[in-house]
Design a protein around this ligand. Structure first.
Ligand SMILES: Cc1cc2nc3c(=O)[nH]c(=O)nc-3n(C[C@H](O)[C@H](O)[C@H](O)COP(=O)(O)O)c2cc1C
Length: 396
């Protein structure tokens, strides 16, 4: 399993897809899709990341349908977004990188403002994030959502994406099925892990059947949800094995649950004040201002914060694994390769320096300058993500 230190800048395979190196720009919602339509800024953002050296860039969250959005200004699969996405894949390919589209459904924390109705979910569990109870999914919903995932995957393939990343983590709908906290169903979709896996695996099966064996199929999964009654590592390992058996090409290992532990996946500072300032909805803004620090937990940042948990998955499966979370230096990347991971994914460092990978490959730098201030997170709702760290970024 040991790999040489030079592996980072050598090609790697995800299914039939060959990436020029082992680095990936992870899905980080760009906030560059006003009215849910990809903008020129989104295309330029990913072009820059591609020109900056990554092997694969991931366009963040695209919902399979209107009722799966977390922000009203997010994309959901429909004809209007396809020309913009096609421009994006062309721009990324012209810079020598591959492109992936992150596809998911927000389930019980979907934005009511975006869809104008109660969110759907696995079970009727109160959601503090949007202050609602979801409507538990019916037989009809299962069929429609599976079809929507298939349509989304086919649309991504049609506009030139090399791969898709199905969102099985961060508390999104498929994670809500896996997690015992949100899935309290008594039918064949709930209870045992086998039952909780049924719907997520059905989606993988149908998507794979539709896109064919050669299209890249990644899944972003949780190593742990980050709270007591959520999915724990032991079951996450079983989920990884099931996804491997179902034909997923690679797993992107993450953690955290947007509606419960939103900063578990990022760690570092809490930009509550900045998020409240940018939040357009009055009550949520007031809630964030008054109770933000009580509701949102802070997690200590350290480099490679998912490494130890991810190693447990590495021991259990053979498919390519992507390590993410606090990858900040070439030494971190090399350590990941030596520990048997096939790829590393970076989020915040590439928001600050889109050309970090080229700089590392050229020996101009060995580490990112990024500090986990998380001020970029608040920019999702303020015109698009960028680094606004007072010293490092480009504040207004
Ligand atoms: C501004 C921002 C937006 C994010 N949006 C998403 C998202 O839409 N989907 C997702 O899976 N992860 C999202 N994430 C989490 C990242 O994919 C990644 O897991 C996290 O930032 C840790 O990696 P890093 O330490 O390299 O930044 C986001 C992160 C940031 C900073």
């Amino acid at each position: 399993m040991e790999k040489s230190n030079n592996t980072v800048f050598t090609p790697g395979k995800i299914g039939s897809l060959v990436l020029r190196n082992r680095t990936i720009r992870t899905g980080a919602f760009e906030g560059m899709t006003p009215d849910g339509i990809p903008s020129a800024a989104l295309v330029e953002h990913h072009r820059q990341v591609a020109a900056g050296g990554v092997g694969l860039t991931t366009v963040a969250y695209c919902s399979t349908s209107l009722d799966g959005l977390t922000f009203p200004h997010q994309m959901h699969i429909r004809d209007e977004i396809l020309p913009g996405l096609e421009k994006l894949t062309h721009a990324v390919h012209a810079e020598g990188a591959a492109a992936s589209l992150q596809i998911g459904h927000a389930g019980y924390f979907a934005s009511r403002a975006a869809m104008g109705q109660k969110p759907i979910g696995a079970s009727k569990v109160f959601n503090l994030y949007t202050l609602t109870y979801p409507r538990p999914m019916t037989t009809e919903d299962f069929g429609r959502l599976t079809d929507d995932f298939v349509k989304a995957a086919l649309a991504a393939k049609q506009v030139g994406f090399d791969a898709i990343e199905l969102h099985f983590g961060h508390g999104y709908l498929l994670n809500q099925f896996l997690s015992p906290y949100t899935n309290r169903r008594k039918d064949k979709w709930g209870g045992s892990l086998e039952n909780r896996l049924r719907f997520p695996l059905e989606i993988v099966r149908q998507v794979r059947k539709a896109v064919g064996p050669d299209f890249g199929l990644l899944a972003k999964t949780n190593l742990e949800d980050g709270f007591k009654r959520g999915l724990q590592l032991e079951e996450a390992i079983e989920v990884s094995k099931a996804l491997e058996a179902e034909g997923v090409d690679a797993l992107v290992l993450s953690g955290g649950f947007v509606s419960k532990t939103p900063f578990y996946m990022m760690r570092g500072e809490l930009p509550i004040k900045e998020m409240a300032r940018n939040e357009k909805k009055f009550f949520r803004r007031m809630g964030l201002k008054l109770f933000g620090r009580l509701l949102v937990q802070k997690y200590h940042f350290e480099e490679m914060f998912f490494l130890e948990a991810a190693k447990e998955v590495r021991r259990a499966v053979k498919l390519p694994l992507v390590l993410l979370g606090g990858i900040r230096s070439l030494a971190n990347m090399q350590q990941a390769m030596q520990a048997g991971f096939d790829f590393v994914a970076l989020g915040r460092p590439l928001i600050l320096e889109p050309d970090l990978i080229n700089k590392m490959a050229a020996g101009e730098t060995s580490a990112s300058l990024c500090e986990p201030c998380n001020l970029c997170v608040a920019q999702m709702e303020a015109g698009g993500i960028r680094c606004v760290h007072p010293q490092l970024g480009k504040p207004d």
